[in-house]
Design a protein around this ligand. Structure first.
Ligand code: AMP
Ligand code: TRP
Length: 347
């Protein structure tokens, strides 16, 4: 018997990504996420960018600090080139469809899927029974963020790959369980030289806002002198730069600096090697420091300017939330129909 031919449902391209307001942003967030978010927006694709405050509270956050950091992330989005007129820029807790859809997806996803997540294992540590229930359910809320808009593409850094695979599993299981082709199965976009920016102190560890050593990372709030100093002190080996990209294999610290240079300069690592083959780090590091200061300086300045106008940021987030809600609300009403709940009606 032949299967009936199903016309694949075509979903319009829509990009969604999020960043947690759980600390100050690093060069890794900028190159792995923010810079690429702005590129997607400028390709004329529909883009939604979200400060995921509901995710942040899966671990304890000081309330006043959370509010401040939410504004800071919003400022970083704008300073990195996100135009709130072109992209929908908002914070998650203002659009209730995220939490509502997350509940439905909690009932679709399996507990075992959550326990397998490496980010859960890292964050929960040895005493995982004592972590919040929200930390375990974190990936299901992330799936809700994405699917609430029928998102087709999700630009993220390499560390989010596993969460994106889980989102795909949840979308497929929902469609399968309810016998629908309702949610698209979203594609992760993990592209470019800087999908995993490494620590300046250890080229085998991810650059992270939670690393106890401040010298391990460049923060978007660092001034020019601090950036130059951190790059000058970055760990390297005694060899000069090799002739080709392959020569960087087994040299994680050197490779990381070349990748950072490439991503900042919009070059490929091969193009950087063509320019600096045989150079000593005494030459390469100052060039990298100049480039980093040139590219990050204007972003830091714009963030500081915006942070002095918190009301303006709140107004931008409020307008973004209205636009986001207008997309997500009818989609969630359809979810209610599919699941068998009585949808809200105007009376
Ligand atoms: P988070 O700060 O964990 O909310 O991450 C926000 C975004 O930045 C995600 O898309 C991450 O994958 C990305 N990201 C975080 N750290 C790095 C890094 N060291 N290199 C590249 N991308 C990163
Ligand atoms: N989990 C992501 C991180 O830690 C943040 C995030 C939450 C996200 N929801 C998302 C990223 C939806 C992409 C899409 O980086």
């Amino acid at each position: 018997m032949t299967e009936p031919v199903q016309t694949p449902q075509v979903f319009p391209t829509r990009v969604f990504s999020g960043i947690q307001p759980s600390g100050s942003l690093t060069l890794g967030n900028y190159l792995g996420a923010l810079k690429r978010f702005a590129q997607k927006q400028n390709e004329g694709i529909e883009t939604l960018y979200c400060v995921v405050d509901l995710h942040a509270i899966t671990v304890w956050q000081e309330p006043a600090k959370l509010r401040q950091q939410t504004r800071e992330i919003a400022a970083a989005f704008i300073a990195s080139g996100i135009d709130p007129k072109k992209s929908v820029l908002f914070n998650q807790s203002q659009v209730s469809a995220h939490a509502e859809l997350a509940w439905v997806l909690n009932c679709v996803a399996r507990i075992g899927w959550m326990y397998r997540m490496t980010q859960f294992k890292d964050k929960a540590g040895a005493n995982s029974e004592n972590s919040s229930l929200g930390l375990l359910a974190y990936p299901s809320l992330m799936a809700a963020d994405i699917l609430a808009y029928k998102t087709t593409h999700v630009p993220v850094g390499e560390d989010q790959k596993q969460h994106l695979e889980l989102t795909r599993d949840i979308a497929n299981k929902f469609n399968h369980d309810y016998g629908v082709k309702f949610f698209p199965v979203p594609e992760p976009l993990i592209e470019g030289a800087a999908t995993r920016v490494m620590s300046l102190r250890d080229g085998t560890k991810k650059m992270s806002k939670s690393d106890p050593s401040d010298a391990s990372r460049i923060n978007l709030t660092d001034d020019a002198d601090t950036i130059a100093k951190k790059i000058r002190k970055a760990k390297t080996d005694p060899e000069p730069l090799p002739e080709s990209v392959e020569g960087l294999d087994g040299r994680p610290d050197a490779k990381n600096l070349v990748n950072i240079y490439a991503a900042l300069a919009d070059l490929t690592p091969a193009q950087v090697m063509a320019q600096y083959a045989g150079a000593q780090f005494g030459t390469f590091k100052p060039a990298l420091a100049d480039l980093a200061v040139e590219k990050l300086g204007p972003i830091t300045a714009e963030m500081n300017r915006l942070m002095a106008e918190p009301d303006e940021i709140d107004a931008i987030l409020g307008r973004g939330a209205e636009r986001a809600d207008a997309i997500a609300r009818p989609i969630f009403d359809d979810v209610k129909d599919i699941v068998g709940m009585i949808r809200s009606r105007q009376v």
